[in-house]
Ligand binder design. Structure first.
Ligand code: AMP
Length: 609
């Protein structure tokens, strides 16, 4: 089918030709004729990347009256980024419509400027719900005469808690308008919206309901939770041309993973809600320019990412909601390209993989984290390929005589070997003694993260709170994580007894733990944390006994023991790391302590710029 056959007018067809769209996408084929011919409500299940903006954009542009200055179309979208993206697309689609004014309304920018734009006669307003509501209450917009209302990414707007705002906004719109709802998934809340605010909507589905984008393959990697970061680095190193979004669950983890990657020499950046709009814009600009290869993001902040050639989505942690996984994986495999969605899981999370498979109707392939040597090979071949394809820069010609002179006695074979060794040795030194991160391959006592296998760098702590204080392992872990400002994976083997508990951290955090829990009180009660002699076997010592034995009595002996243990196993490299407040761990800790990348978690390579 062609765009003409869908019934679009000449000026819109001209814009389509300008943009180079050859044929309509599935959602466009299904939605455009219906929306052009009928004044109907519509529920469309379609993901970002399917061309859904054009599916509602073209009909809206064709139906509105550009000679009028009345606001006739309202598009609600969950985030500022998406709002701007839709506005740009609409302007592009309507660039041959004289007098068209599409205005974006979103938080974090001047409300007065936006009001001015509206006042000029915006036929179409693209808005985020919060700012829209604000402008309505200040009477800076009038949507009482709109004919078309689009709820874009409805599931995400509801996820973000915009239900009340949407309800409020819709109450200012006429009853006889057409409402077009677009959503990647159809959770209960979206059905409720459809039932409550729409009249007998037509339904279209692109692909199967809730099915993930078909060009995306799904993989998972089973590692111990504490190896998650190392696994992430290996996945990046095994894919030298990676251009990815790495999803974390919290803003803090997002920031920390990004910081660690940057310190370790990767082209990475963080995107989350604690950054100012300006910072977020800068990060997105660098990502679009591919100066950032790994964008570490929270789900909310990543909603508006409009980048077509993302090669990998990496789920550093799985999301709480399965629907969120669909959104994440939909960031790759866009515009007909292939994409890979990778999930790094610990054993306790493997059940979630099964649930996701059921919902997205796809099977995950279980893959192994590549070995160090395999990564060296990939890096070497990638370099060879790059050199093979490099265009010669003749600016070097004047220097060639000198260079040739230097290598007059070097054979081609030797020259190649030397040349490649420059790059290869860095990776080789780093990875030569690296351990296998795959859970099955690790020693036989390998357990899930919370019951993890013995780790020579771990320090076990005693803490005088337990079940009686209302903790379970998860809530204690959360408490410790917040109090110590550590990441999800920096605390492991959290065992909660009746009146006391144990937990492990990497010994790099020993000083921090000791400092934070000096004279530390919760609700007026001292909370003691001591280095423990318990090696991580869960023993229920029974009531009453633990607090005194684990706490007071063992204080001196245990702390000394901890330090002694620390000194014995610390190499010079590790010693310097024990003060590393970021909690960054290095693979070579258990390996060679190589010098070529000392102080870094990765062999540094030249940045793109
Ligand atoms: P969307 O799903 O609206 O976020 O669109 C994803 C991307 O596909 C955008 O960059 C659009 O410009 C582009 N696009 C939309 N429709 C088509 C089409 N029929 N052919 C090629 N690209 C398209």
């Amino acid at each position: 089918m062609t765009f003409e056959e869908l019934g679009l007018e000449a000026n819109l067809l001209q814009a389509i030709t300008d943009m180079g769209f050859k044929e309509p996408s599935e959602v466009q084929e299904k939605a455009i004729p219906v929306l052009l011919q009928e004044d109907t409500d519509l529920v469309a299940l379609a993901q970002t990347g399917t061309g859904k903006t054009a599916a509602f954009g073209f009909p809206m542009l064709q139906k509105i009256d550009v000679e009028s200055r009345t606001t006739q179309g309202l598009i609600l979208s969950p985030t500022r980024e998406l709002c701007l993206q839709i506005t740009n697309e609409m302007k592009n689609y309507g660039k041959h419509l004289k007098g068209l004014n599409v205005t974006a309304i979103y938080g974090g920018a001047s409300i007065t400027d936006q009001a001015k734009q509206v006042k000029k006669g915006a036929q179409i307003i693209v808005a985020t719900p919060g700012r829209m509501k604000d402008m309505i209450s200040r009477r800076l917009v009038d949507i009482s005469k709109i004919e078309y209302c689009v709820l874009d990414e409805a599931d995400e707007m509801l996820n973000m808690g915009f239900f009340e705002d949407i309800k409020d906004i819709l109450s200012h719109t006429p009853d006889d308008k057409s409402t077009w709802l677009f959503s990647a998934t159809m959770p209960k809340e979206v059905s409720i919206i459809a039932k409550k605010f729409m009249y007998d909507p037509k339904e279209i589905t692109v692909g199967n309901k809730n099915e993930s984008t078909s060009t995306v393959s799904h993989e998972y990697y089973l590692v111990n939770a504490r190896d998650r970061y190392q696994a992430l680095k290996r996945l990046a190193d095994a894919n030298p041309d990676i251009f990815s979004v790495v999803f974390c669950r919290t803003k803090r983890d997002t920031q920390k993973v990004a910081e660690n990657l940057i310190e370790d020499g990767y082209n990475a950046g963080a995107l989350h809600g604690d950054l100012s709009q300006n910072q977020r814009d800068l990060v997105m600009k660098s990502f679009r320019n591919k100066q950032i290869q790994m964008l570490v993001a929270t789900d909310v902040a990543a909603r508006g990412i409009d980048v077509d050639d993302i090669t990998h989505v990496i789920n550093y942690q799985l999301p709480d909601e399965i629907e969120t996984y669909t959104h994440r994986s939909g960031r790759t495999g866009r515009a007909g390209k292939e994409g890979i969605s990778m999930v790094i899981v610990s054993k306790s999370e493997t059940r979630k993989i099964k649930s996701i498979e059921r919902i997205i109707n796809k099977t995950f392939e279980k893959k192994e984290i590549p070995s160090g040597i395999a990564i060296c090979e990939v890096q070497l071949m990638s370099l060879a390929n790059k050199i093979h394809n490099t265009e010669i820069n003749h600016e070097i010609d004047p220097y060639l005589d000198n260079i040739n002179e230097m290598f007059v006695d070097t054979s081609k074979d030797e020259l190649i070997k030397k040349f490649f060794s420059v790059e290869f040795t860095r990776f080789y030194n780093y990875y030569q003694k690296s351990k296998d991160l795959n859970v099955e391959a690790q020693n036989s006592s390998s357990r899930d993260s919370n019951r993890g296998s013995s780790n020579p760098n771990a320090v076990r702590f005693f803490i005088n709170v337990g079940k009686k204080d209302g903790y379970n392992w998860q809530s204690l872990k959360d408490f410790l994580r917040d109090t110590l400002s550590l990441g999800q994976d920096d605390l492991f083997k959290v065992d909660v007894m009746d009146s006391f508990s144990f937990f492990n951290t990497d010994k790099a955090h020993l000083t921090k733990v000791a400092e934070v829990f000096t004279d530390f009180k919760v609700d007026g009660r001292f909370v003691n944390v001591e280095v423990s002699e318990d090696k991580g076997r869960v023993r229920d010592r029974g009531r009453g006994r633990g607090r005194d034995r684990g706490g007071r009595r063992s204080r001196d002996g245990d702390r000394q023991g901890g330090e002694r243990r620390g000194r014995r196993s610390d190499g010079p490299r590790n010693e310097s790391r024990s003060g590393d407040r970021s909690g960054r761990r290095s693979e070579s800790r258990s390996g060679s302590g190589s010098s070529s990348n000392s102080g870094s978690g990765r062999p540094r390579r030249s940045r793109r710029r």
